[in-house]
Design a protein around this ligand. Structure first.
Ligand code: MN
Length: 243
């Protein structure tokens, strides 16, 4: 595995093309250009897309430039790991065989330079999230995925745009943020006690790196307000602002 390792999540590339959205995309492309200049390995830790659903013969065309960027870097020898999130779970062979080097449908782990990483998107992990865990089972089920396929893509994607617009903004109280932070830290602490060094989360949009015993917990940030990513150069594991 080539270093540095870059961890990016929750970009939520949108299906709608507003000026703001185009600016956000360019920011991500500039980070990919930077990565092209350093070499390394890229980890997308879920919700790269606000909605991704792949049909046997059809892929979303709105993300064309991202596909092209990833493809160019891959040709240059940079590997891409894509851990699917709750917004972009519905991948097929375009994503898994053609575009990404590795696609992970669930949490995964690896070791590099004597450091053990545990990578998770993290949705459905909070102890009180019973309703979400139930919903997750349904929307990932063969039945749901199979039924959605019979909706015409133009209609299916219009539904996705509508759900995205009406969905709650990720804006929560300080008290709830602290409660979430505590749960993630407990999760990470258990992993660290079991031999892991670095735990990487997406989904919660905190953009924070926390020291836990001799290890670290990185809860990646989203790309709406302050784009942030984590990087491991072989020695240091850090959270960085992008632009
Ligand atoms: Mn998520």
């Amino acid at each position: 595995m080539q270093r540095p390792l870059y961890f990016i999540s929750d970009v939520h590339l949108m299906l709608s093309r507003t000026n703001e959205e185009l600016d956000r995309r360019e920011k991500l492309y500039r980070l990919l250009d930077h990565i092209a200049s350093t070499g390394g390995t890229v980890f997308f830790v879920g919700d790269l897309f606000d909605f991704y659903y792949e049909y046997p013969d059809v892929i979303p065309k709105e993300y064309f430039k991202l596909y092209a960027k990833v493809w160019a870097l891959k040709e240059q020898g940079i590997d891409f790991h894509f851990l699917v999130g709750n917004h972009d779970y519905w991948v097929m062979d375009f994503m898994t065989e053609k575009l990404m080097t590795y696609t992970h449908l669930s949490d995964f782990e690896f070791e590099i330079n004597g450091k053990k990483f545990y990578i998770t998107h993290g949705d459905g992990l909070l102890s009180w999230d019973y309703g979400y865990r139930f919903l997750k089972k349904i929307i990932r089920s063969k039945l749901f995925v199979g039924l959605f396929r019979w909706i015409h893509p133009t209609v299916g994607f219009q539904i996705a745009r509508w759900v995205s617009k009406s969905g709650p903004e990720y804006d929560i109280s300080d008290a709830l943020t602290q409660k979430i932070r505590n749960e993630l830290m407990n999760f990470a602490q258990l992993k660290i006690e079991n031999g892991f060094d670095y735990i990487v989360f997406g989904h919660y949009h905190l953009g924070e790196m926390m020291d836990i015993n001799q290890g670290k917990l990185a809860v990646l940030g989203d790309w709406f307000n302050t784009p942030r990513y984590a990087v491991f150069d072989g020695e240091q594991f850090e959270m960085k602002d992008w632009e």
